[in-house]
Write a new protein. Sequence first.
Length: 249
Amino acid sequence: MDKTVICMKWGDLYDAAYVNVLYHAVRANLAEPFTFVCLTDDPTGLSSGISSHPIPDIGLTPRQWRGGGWPKLSVFGDTLYGLSGRALFIDLDMMIVGDLQPFFDHGSGLVAIDEGAWKGGPPSTMSSIFAFDIGAQTYLVDRIRQDPDGMEDRYGYEQTFLHGEAGSISYWPDEWLASFKRHLRRPLLLDRILPPRLPASGVKVVVFHGLPRPRDLVRPGPGNRDRFPHYIAGPVDWVAAYWTRYLVD
């Protein structure tokens, strides 16, 4: 079966370096052949080996382009530049630290992160890394096209929309993923003294959601790398080493 890894870049929040780092990290952690696709409004600076295409138009409003990750839902269209088979969508601020093949082998249909498990509550979907069969959930795009404002008013964010509108969602094993903010960052006050923990053995992806982002933990110079009241002093060595390793031509 064809395997495709998809990421998406629009606006100026993330630059081409984020795409290139993700691409090379995927190459290092996925042994079998795959296609890497970046859907973007600006392909400038992308590494060779990355296939780039415009983000499909699914009738999103300007507000939906500015807030949340609504453009990600365009991957569920009935055609996606001739791609087929199983696809793994990965946000640009993820860190790939283990074998990705299990993400293609695990389950079927739509598979995503259960953020509710991190919070100790009922299941809730996070769209930072999800697998799907290309062309199998076209009804999601149809519902957006029919009423984009209504869907946004009802759900607020694209991942809440997925949780509410997808017919069936299964979730990744908890041990495959580590949230930087929930699992690796130290508690308040301790975060001023101790650096963030290393991912545990068995973690395959470090999930960044909101602030800080990986680049925040890489940049040189003194100062806080996190949002107040949290505090991370100086670059985080293992994040900086990852960025240096995979930021190649």
